[in-house]
Design a protein around this ligand. Sequence first.
Ligand code: 13P
Length: 262
Amino acid sequence: MRKPFIVANWKMNMLVEDSVQYGEDLVEKLKRENVDLKKVDVAICVPYIHMAALKVIFVLRNICVGAQNMHYEQSGAYTGEISPAMLSDMGIECCIIGHSERRQHFNETSEACAKKIKAAVMGNIRPILCVGETLNERESGRYKDAVADMLKTSLENITEAEILKTVIAYEPLWAIGTGKTATSKQANEMAAFVRSVIAEKYGKDIADQVIIQYGGSVKPDNIKEIMSMSDIDGVLVGGASLKVDDFVKIVNFDPEIVGKTE
Ligand code: 13P
């Protein structure tokens, strides 16, 4: 049984005061909506400066605080970087790795992602590896090859134990921040494809346990359909995660599944 995993990616947004208000509102609204945080994993991936305050607000609440990037070395002369050891020390539970915006603007490579996944797992941080094709690759029909290549290089030398702790987020670049969502059928086809690439390397038993998310213009009005797809176990949400009300609706995608029963 794969547990749903709903993740907010704030990207480079929010000031400290806003983030504290958001954290407090989130705790209150999830409680009011009767969301059972034992039935769904929730993480908020934020800029580093917000982590300390949110860790305090979420203490004993089953809401994880995550990072959006990290270095793969534990320490050293890497000005401006944050290490897995620093994140573990703060109790950070997950980290987005290889987001398309980092690949595009900061030259992040799949080779670096492989090192980051290893370092994250070693530090008990759940890596969320992002893969996805460009519009050009989609339209030319090369989208499966593009995603398979990214996946294979990013998982180079990753062991069975490590892949079982890794989450894969399929985020087609043409659907990020564009308001253009992949259809649930397209998203599920690619989630199933990602699972098949993992199965080729690690076997079906392992592939069937890996959490695969969809990301790209996820909103309250499309979440239910996306989450009903057989190979999609969660979502990575950008824009719509910045408003607490919208994010709570996304977390509460189906009250029958994530609601308290008592
Ligand atoms: P949007 O939800 O704003 O399209 O962003 C998706 C994303 O990049 C999440 O990592």
